[in-house]
Design a protein around this ligand. Structure first.
Ligand SMILES: Cc1ncc(COP(=O)(O)O)c(C=O)c1O
Length: 397
């Protein structure tokens, strides 16, 4: 019998059984936490949110101007090409060439996305059959795990540790039965640890993927933040055979709410992902794509100006973390500082709950990124120096 039963307010009506594929997938941590913070704010607490990596600064004025001008035209409001506007794809190709020294064919090797988070889901739906194994970094961005689970994958977390500079331990990986491994998610500069990639590690990754016929998904949204040398995994010899790369406008161009990202890789991979994606959405608002293309034309002074702000804020975050007796590496890239908690707390949850309750400051517990993050916390740089000063004062008091 088809069991349609769920609990409803009226026991005689049985509708809306939640699909099995959501078993083991919970509402996103931040989605729940923001509700709690909302409640606290309604009660007058004025919580300072140092949790989320959503840039608080605006995009470049030229980007906003392009959006306004294009949106004001009468003929820009229809459905768009499923593969994205050629203007945006050309801009992405030029951007990849200029900053990463990667040659991409704008017609076949680039797929603009409605955010790279969505791209993670498209990739999982395109490549995972129920029972396939997916390698996921621990600690790592939680969406890799939930998207892969929704697609029916068996998750195998690979542990990153301070001792191996938060890089995959290939000796340990080689000991696994890799027969069923279909995908491996990788992300450098790494979130949450802020670890930068090395050329040797990227080369080893490609060799590993080739040896075991694993598709590497490199998620690269942080390469321009507090990092002088943006690197793409696609820059390496033979990469297009085994790598697809996600990139994003959210962090590098202060456009998180715009929802624009991109997938780059071999023509075949882009065509495969498009088979899923073109059944999922109906393209992106053209003025937004044209404004995004404008953002990619910005020169070095844009990235310098963004990083100058984050660099100053990071000093404040160091001060805050010293106050909490946390240990951290000062050479992290990306929008956060990752720090080890002092021994007097059981885990990062205990410390961050205490700070939220006592000081009305929200910091992310490292455990939400996987068990290897339990003794850590992550502080966002997406708050003004003024707010950071206020957070420091509240914690001091
Ligand atoms: C590692 C990582 N990948 C992807 C994303 C998603 O970025 P987007 O805004 O492009 O969906 C985030 C956002 O926080 C992230 O931290």
């Amino acid at each position: 019998m088809n069991d349609k039963s769920i609990s409803t307010k009226n026991d005689s009506i049985k509708i809306g059984r939640v699909a099995d594929r959501l078993g083991g997938v919970e509402e996103y941590y931040f989605s729940k936490k923001l509700r709690q913070i909302d409640e606290m704010n309604k009660a007058g607490k004025q919580v300072i949110n140092l949790g989320i990596g959503s840039p608080d600064l605006p995009p470049h004025p030229d980007v906003i101007k392009t959006l306004q001008e294009e949106a004001a035209k009468p003929n820009q409001h229809g459905y768009q090409n499923y593969k994205g506007s050629p203007v945006l794809r050309n801009a992405i190709a030029k951007w990849y060439k200029k900053w990463y020294e990667v040659a991409l064919n704008p017609d076949t090797e680039i797929l603009p996305l409605i955010g790279s988070k969505e791209g993670i889901m498209h990739i999982c739906m395109t490549y995972i059959n129920p029972g396939d194994t997916v390698l996921i970094p621990n600690p790592g961005y939680p969406t890799y795990q939930s998207a892969a689970k929704i697609a029916g994958a068996h998750i195998h977390p690979y542990t990153l540790t301070k001792e191996t500079n938060w890089c995959p331990d290939f000796e340990e990986l080689e000991k696994l039965d890799l027969q069923n491994v279909q995908l491996m998610f990788v992300n450098y500069p790494q979130m949450p640890t802020g670890q930068l990639p090395t050329r040797e590690m990227f080369e080893a990754l490609i060799a590993f993927a080739k040896k075991h016929a694993i598709l590497i998904v490199h998620d690269n949204p942080y390469s321009f933040i507090l990092n002088d040398k943006p690197m793409s995994l696609l820059n390496f010899e033979g990469a297009k055979d085994v790598v697809i790369e996600l990139n994003s406008f959210s962090k590098s161009h202060n456009m998180a709410g715009w929802r624009v990202g991109m997938l780059c890789g071999a023509e075949e991979r882009i065509a495969e992902v498009l088979r899923f994606k073109s059944n999922m959405d109906s393209g992106m608002f053209l003025p937004l794509q044209l404004a995004a293309a404008k953002a990619l034309e910005l020169d070095e002074s844009w990235y310098d100006s963004v990083n100058a702000v984050y660099r100053k804020r990071r000093e404040k975050v160091f001060e805050l973390l010293n106050l909490l007796n946390c240990c951290f590496d000062k050479n992290q890239a990306g929008l956060f500082v990752w720090a080890e908690i002092p021994g007097d707390y059981k885990d990062g949850f205990e410390l961050t709950d205490k700070i939220l309750n006592d000081s009305n400051v929200f910091i992310t517990p490292g455990g939400i990124f996987g068990s290897a993050g339990e003794k850590y916390i992550r502080v966002s740089l997406c708050a003004t120096e003024e707010k950071l000063n206020e957070a420091i004062n509240r914690i001091k008091n």
